[in-house]
Every structure is written in structure tokens, then in C-alpha cells.
Design a protein around this ligand. Structure first.
Ligand code: HEC
Ligand code: HEC
Length: 493
């Protein structure tokens, strides 16, 4: 191994004029910045190595037909945030009127200034101690309905770039396009399946226009997220209609709907459509990675370039093969995999203690889908933490290390990383997660990467951040003025 590496170095230094193809290993070892003889020769060597890295990346970008733009070939246009429909959607998204007891809104768990999420491992919806407080510090010590702590079992995914999904919504894909046409955001002749469909292959005739509208009809029906516990006799549809009736009684809302729809009637369909158009306007894709592919070779640091090579290079070429699941320009195969991410929190009621979450298998009932969750997109991943389906990891480094050696990561899982108090069922985490690790569906090969390489991967993931997502002045278009909610604005850098 040592001899092979030495040979590669000799080749690299003597044959640089030729386009030598080497394994990912050679360019990714060591720290280029530290050398005993820093001078022009050394600087020249560094530049040469960086150019070789660029060539290697160019080949990988070509092999995977990457453009840097997750919205290329979209058939459905992106709504403009300044359009009347998106503006109405924004007001609804930020309004607690859609909470059964008027104490929770969509934005409670999906604020643009919090990465389109809530900065919490596990969200807190209804009955919060301070309903207008978002993010860390949102608590629910109340014991009214035995939901103090973390009653919601999964991490709130970002609403950013939600228009780029074509197949599934939710970690378990329970809202599903039956067409799955690329570039369509779920639109098609077969329709969209939802939890209201009754069967896995049946369309919900009220799902609406696209996956995002179909999804927006469900949070209002969840007691812990928005509905509360005072209206348990209402079915999903009755809940939506009760909320539309509530809006109808308010002259101000009636006026707002009339401006957009040219018609005074307010229906639950119009409500979810408007919310969806607001969410679909949240496109944040102007990343350094995109600039790099478009020709700006200085858009990425050397470390991020090394990370990119690792990310795309297959295992047998010394890479980390992340792109086999996080594939394409949106960095997801829109498919489900069991990675045995730590199962913290209350779980979905599965298993003997009710504290497990069987993931995709809850929908398909297939052994091969046990504990499997949808592959997340990695665009803007830097700002969408905590990470994994239950928000168990609070650093990118830790969630990457989980991928590399899962058994080790679970065994050494550190509960202290959770900034949030009162995460329930911590004692059952090891048992529950071990079951996922031992399941036949477990889908992660061990990868031997040293800490330097993990750092390169982190730097590459950070190059997938659109700077707008960290800039309140830029995000302001998606936030009403004044913002009716309070939160600690994260210190991203
Ligand atoms: C109390 C927190 C909470 C509230 C309030 C809430 N959500 Fe969510 N949202 C979540 C969680 C948790 C998930 C993931 C649930 C799952 O996958 O099982 C989610 C999932 C989503 C998704 C799917 C994202 C994806 O990548 O698949 C969208 C879109 C979304 N919510 C939009 C909304 C809208 C619109 C509203 C208001 C009508 C809303 N949310 C209210 C917590 C919340
Ligand atoms: C076998 C498929 C697969 C491979 C290979 C893979 N991932 Fe993942 N990744 C997933 C899935 C699935 C999840 C979500 C799992 C969960 O939450 O239970 C995930 C989660 C993540 C997350 C957290 C994202 C979030 O929003 O919570 C990051 C970051 C990530 N992966 C990076 C990587 C990197 C870097 C590599 C290469 C070392 C990699 N992944 C390889 C499937 C994969």
C-alpha cells in the first residue's frame, strides 16, 4: 500500500504535464497548506495539484451529467414570491388561525430564517409555553394532554426547494405522486396518493394540484402539530372545512381571497393551494457548487474540491460513494434507505414499546423498507440541522461519521449534543436503533475515511449553501413585515 502510494506521488510529480488518472486517494492525502519550503516552487506545485483536482472533478461532473441546477428541466414554473397567490400563501403560512386552538402555524416549524425548519431536533407544535417563540427555547412543559417534551416523532424537514421533489413528501413518503414524472413536482394523470386515500396505490381525489399542495392539507389535521385536542371528533376533511369556515367569518380574509381568486368563497382547496404556492416560491439554489460547475473554478476551496471528489467517487476508487444515494443535481435518489439513524424521541407508536419508527415500511409493509427513510436533498444542508429523521445529530461531522461506521456511531452516540431539553424515550434509543442496525434492510457499507477526509466532506456540503439562506435581508421577501414570531437568529458562521 505504502509503495503504491509512493509510486503515485512520483508519477504525480514527474508526469503532471500528462493527464494522469489516479485514484481519489493521492490528491486527498495530507495537508497541502503546510510545507517546509513555502516558496514559488511550492506554490506552483499547489496550483498544479489543484488543477489536477479540477480535472478529476470535471470528469465526475460529466459522468453524472451534473449541471449544478436542481431545477433544470422543470415543467412547472416557479411561483414569484411577489405574486398575489404566494403573498396570500405567506399570510396563511404565518397565521395561527389555521391551528385548531390558534396556537400553532405552519411557520412554527418551518421559518425561512431557521433554514425552512425550526432548528429543533424534534418540533413543538400546540400548547407551547410561549406560542410565538420559535426554535430553541420553544418548550411545552404543560401537562394538559400528556404531550410535554417531544410528542412529535420526526424532525421538521426544510420547505426550501420543495418544488424540486417529484415523487414523495415526508420522511416516509406517505404523500406520493403516482406518476413520478421528472420535473413535475408530482403533477400527472394518475394523481397523488395521501393518507386519506385508503390504499397505497389509490389517488386522493382531493389532493390538489401538486405534491406541495397535497402535503399542506395534512399538518392542520395532526393534533400535536396544529389541530390540538379540543376537536378530536373532527375527521381530516371536517377539520380543514372547519378552518375554512373560520376564515370565511373574517372580513379581512374574505377580502384577501377575493383579490387573488376574484371570488369571495374560501375553500380548504384554495387555502392549501395558496400555502403551496408560497412554499414553492422558496427556491434557494445559487450555491458555490453551481457556480463552480458553471465555470468559476475559484468558487470552491481546495478542501471543498477534495470533498467533492470523495463524495462522487465510488468506493473501489477510494471515494465515499455518497452520490449513489444523494444523486443528481438535487442530491437525492428520492428513494428510501435504512441507515439506522439514532431513534430518539417518542417514535411513531411502532414496536412493543411504541417508541419505534418503522419508516417507509409503515406505508408499504415490506421487510425491505423497515426503518427506511427518504434520502434527504443536501442543497442548503448546512442550515437545515439538526440532521436525520429524528434530528439526532447536531453537527454535519457527526451525521457524516454515522454514515462511515454506523455501529460505532450508535454505540458512542452522545446525548449531550442535543441542545433541546426533554427529548423523550432516551433510554430506549440504543435498543430501538440496534434493531434497525440488525435489520436485513440496513443499507450502509462501512467506509474508512480519516478525520481530514470527513472535514473535506463537510466543506463540500457547505458549498451547497445558497448565501441567501443565511442572510436575513435576502430572506425578508419570504417573511411578513413585521414578523409576528420571535426566535434567536442563528449565528451561521
Ligand atoms: C409542529 C411542527 C410542524 C408544523 C406546525 C407544521 N409542520 Fe410541516 N413538518 C413537520 C414535521 C415533523 C414534518 C415531517 C413529518 C414526517 O415526515 O412524518 C413536516 C413535513 C413537512 C413537509 C414535507 C417536506 C418534505 O421534504 O417532504 C412540508 C412541505 C411541510 N411540512 C409544510 C408544512 C405546512 C404547509 C404546514 C402548515 C399547514 C406545516 N408544515 C406545519 C413539522 C411541522
Ligand atoms: C445508502 C444510501 C446513502 C448513502 C450512500 C449516503 N447517504 Fe446520506 N443519507 C441517506 C439517507 C436515507 C439519509 C436519511 C436517513 C434518516 O434520517 O434516517 C441520509 C442523511 C444524510 C445527511 C443528513 C441530512 C438531513 O437533512 O438530515 C447528510 C448530511 C448526509 N446524508 C450526507 C452523506 C454523505 C456525506 C455521504 C457519503 C459519505 C452519504 N450521505 C452517503 C442515504 C445515504
Amino acid at each position: 500500500m505504502r509503495i503504491k502510494k509512493l509510486l503515485i506521488y512520483i508519477c504525480a510529480f514527474t508526469l503532471t504535464v500528462y493527464n494522469v488518472s489516479v485514484s481519489a486517494g493521492s490528491d486527498l492525502e495530507g495537508n497541502w497548506g503546510v510545507g517546509k519550503n513555502i516558496g514559488s516552487t511550492h506554490a506552483f506545485g499547489l496550483k498544479r495539484r489543484e488543477r489536477r483536482l479540477d480535472r478529476k472533478l470535471k470528469r465526475l461532473i460529466k459522468r453524472y451529467s451534473l449541471t449544478g441546477n436542481p431545477l433544470k428541466n422543470r415543467t412547472t414554473p416557479v411561483p414569484d414570491i411577489n405574486s398575489p397567490i404566494a403573498q396570500l400563501g405567506m399570510e396563511l403560512f404565518f397565521s395561527k388561525t389555521l391551528g385548531g386552538d390558534e396556537d400553532s402555524a405552519c411557520v412554527t416549524c418551518h421559518h425561512p430564517a431557521l433554514g425552512g425548519g425550526d432548528n429543533l431536533s424534534l418540533p413543538i407544535g400546540v400548547e407551547a409555553d410561549e406560542p410565538d417563540w420559535l426554535g430553541l427555547g420553544r418548550t411545552n412543559a404543560g401537562v394538559d394532554h400528556k404531550i410535554s417534551g417531544s410528542p412529535i416523532p420526526r424532525n421538521a424537514p426544510t420547505t426550501f426547494n420543495i418544488i424540486a421533489w417529484d415523487q414523495f413528501m415526508f420522511h416516509d413518503g406517505r404523500v406520493e405522486s403516482l406518476d413520478k414524472t421528472p420535473g413535475n413536482n408530482g403533477v400527472g394523470v394518475l394523481g397523488i396518493r395521501t393518507p386519506d386515500s385508503g390504499a397505497i396505490d389509490k389517488a386522493d381525489l382531493s389532493a390538489g394540484e401538486n405534491l406541495v399542495q397535497a402535503q399542506a392539507r395534512f399538518p392542520v389535521t395532526s393534533p400535536e402539530e396544529m389541530k390540538g385536542f379540543e376537536h378530536s371528533e373532527y375527521s381530516n376533511q371536517a377539520t380543514r372545512e372547519m378552518l375554512a369556515d373560520r376564515l370565511k367569518k373574517d372580513e379581512e380574509w374574505v377580502g384577501k381571497f377575493e383579490i387573488v381568486f376574484d371570488d369571495k368563497t374560501i375553500t380548504e382547496q384554495k387555502v392549501s393551494f395558496a400555502i403551496g404556492e408560497y412554499e414553492r416560491s422558496q427556491v434557494f439554489i445559487e450555491t458555490p457548487w453551481k457556480q463552480y460547475i458553471e465555470g468559476d473554478k475559484d468558487a470552491l476551496s481546495v478542501s471543498a474540491k477534495k470533498g467533492a471528489v470523495l463524495f462522487f467517487q465510488p468506493l473501489n476508487k477510494g471515494g465515499a460513494d455518497c452520490a449513489s444515494c444523494h444523486s443528481g443535481d438535487f442530491f437525492t435518489d428520492e428513494s428510501f434507505h435504512n441507515l439506522a439513524m439514532p431513534q430518539i424521541g417518542s417514535g411513531k407508536g411502532d414496536g412493543e414499546h411504541g417508541s419505534k419508527d418503522f419508516g417507509r415500511a409503515r406505508e408499504t409493509r415490506k421487510e425491505s423498507d423497515m426503518f427506511a427513510f427518504r434520502t434527504p436533498s443536501l442543497i442548503n444542508v448546512e442550515v437545515t440541522g439538526p440532521w436525520s429523521h429524528a434530528g439526532a445529530y447536531t453537527s454535519l461531522e457527526a451525521v457524516i461519521k454515522h454514515h462511515l461506521n454506523t455501529a460505532d456511531a450508535i454505540e458512542n452516540y452522545d446525548f449531550d449534543q442535543l441542545a433541546q431539553d426533554d427529548i423523550s424515550h432516551q433510554g430506549l434509543m440504543f435498543v430501538n436503533t440496534k434493531e434497525a442496525l440488525d435489520a436485513s434492510s440496513f443499507d450502509m457499507k462501512k467506509r474508512n475515511l480519516n478525520d481530514n477526509k470527513v472535514e473535506y466532506l463537510v466543506d463540500f456540503l457547505k458549498s451547497l449553501t445558497d448565501p441567501c439562506t443565511k442572510d436575513l435581508a435576502c430572506l425578508n421577501q419570504w417573511i411578513p413585515d413585521p414578523d409576528p414570531f420571535d426566535y434567536n437568529y442563528p449565528d451561521w458562521d
